[in-house]
Design a protein around this ligand. Sequence first.
Ligand SMILES: [Zn+2]
Ligand SMILES: [Zn+2]
Length: 127
Amino acid sequence: MQSGQLDNCIICGRLFLKDHTDSCLECYLEKEHDFNRVADFLESDQNRFATIEEVSDFTNVSLRQIAEFLRDGLIFSEDYPNLGYPCAHCSKLIKRQLLCNECFNRFSTDVNRTLNREKLLDEIQSK
Ligand SMILES: [Zn+2]
Ligand SMILES: [Zn+2]
């Protein structure tokens, strides 16, 4: 990644000077703020069994954002038994990737001949 390059923020779309992040400073700080709230909430022992909806209710951070933290591995969902987000296809609770194992296997066998897995995940994500 080159530094000092202008690019559109992936969150708000504004032009910003690309350095180490994909978002402008404002969005970056907001995301960091959101993350701190979620992390603080989960730090408490009594919140260990919280679901993603409960975390969102308490912290006012969107489900989508929390799911992103989980997917990016910023929050170690394995430590929290009920914390996960829905499979993009069947809505089963998952903790990583975009699809649960069953859907992933089914999709990848279905399309293996024409598409590679990365491409497939991109397509599902952009819907
Ligand atoms: Zn932005
Ligand atoms: Zn599924």
